[in-house]
Design a protein around this ligand. Structure first.
Ligand code: COA
Length: 258
């Protein structure tokens, strides 16, 4: 268990907290590994009825660690990458997943929400999918799930422009269930998780399984992953990652389309 992921099991609710607030809970390979292990184990543990995801500090998560993207692009990534195991665990989970989202949910921070079942947003929540800004493509089956959820026009806009979607619109568009005051977020998410946890678990799990085609989602992830890997090695992506590290705006105008 890494110090950057905390877990707590109480009354059948496994709360998983992203705890790297100084880096806006940006997810490292190690953190993905722990998340994957935890969600996989939760499926098999009869004392766990529901999983709740939340983030410490002022952001849910800033998404994948951009430094790690840059290392992969430079051929210096980790020998074993855990992100896919994490995404597959989420796609295959039949126990309900609740999310409590405050501040920014960037990249996978937003796309993982498409695999959650009940989402509470704080008033300051912002959902951001800047894959194209980073010269990448959407992942976590979001290229399928987001248009399905909110329609092509809105999904295209979110992906292509990478601009924040605020909490009110995220609920209006059907991505999340409700908005609450920032200081009520955790209590409200726990309250909803408790209400769901009281329901018959077997029925809930069977219902969730019927509502999601996990095989379809995993197949979409494989298609996305092939494109994603290719994009990671592109000159455009290298420019985007260097710009992030140098805290400047990227300049894609001098690059060809590769
Ligand atoms: N990967 C690695 N480090 C990250 C990070 C990420 N995804 N997001 C934030 N950080 C780090 C910053 O580099 C900074 O580190 P430093 O204090 O050592 O300089 C620290 O977290 C705080 O971030 P900062 O940018 O100063 O906070 P902010 O409130 O001004 O902005 C964000 C917050 C999330 C909008 C901004 O950090 C951001 O755009 N991050 C990148 C998001 C992204 O593109 N993720 C990948 C999606 S596919």
């Amino acid at each position: 268990m890494t110090a950057e992921i905390h877990t707590d099991l109480s009354d059948g609710i496994l709360t998983i907290t992203l705890a790297r607030p100084d880096k806006k809970n940006a997810l490292t390979n190690e953190m993905y590994g722990v998340l994957a292990d935890t969600i996989e184990a939760a499926q098999l543990d009869p004392s766990i009825r529901i999983v709740l995801l939340q983030g410490d500090g002022d952001s849910f998560t800033a998404g994948n660690d951009v430094g790690e993207f840059a290392a992969i692009a430079a051929g210096k990534g980790p020998a074993k990458r855990h992100v896919h195991r994490f995404l597959h665990a989420l796609a295959n989970a039949t126990k309900p997943v609740v999310a409590a989202v405050n501040g920014k949910a960037v990249g996978v921070g937003t796309t993982m929400l498409l695999h959650c079942d009940y989402i509470v947003l704080a008033e300051d929540a912002q959902l951001i999918t800047p894959f194209v800004n980073l010269a990448l493509v959407p992942e976590a089956a979001s290229s399928y799930l987001l248009p399905l959820r909110i329609g092509h026009a809105r999904a295209f806009e979110m992906f292509a422009l990478g601009e924040p979607l605020d909490a009110k619109n995220a609920v209006a568009w059907g991505i999340a269930n409700k908005v609450c005051a920032n200081d009520q977020l955790r209590a409200e998410a726990q309250r909803m998780a408790s209400r769901i946890a009281e329901k018959p678990a077997g029925s809930l799990n069977a219902m969730k399984k019927l509502m999601r085609d996990a095989q379809r989602l995993v197949a979409q992830m494989a298609s996305e992953s092939a494109q994603f890997e290719e994009r990671l090695g592109s000159a455009e992506a290298r420019e985007a990652f260097s710009a992030f590290a140098e805290k400047r705006k990227p300049d894609f105008t001098r690059l060809d389309r590769k």
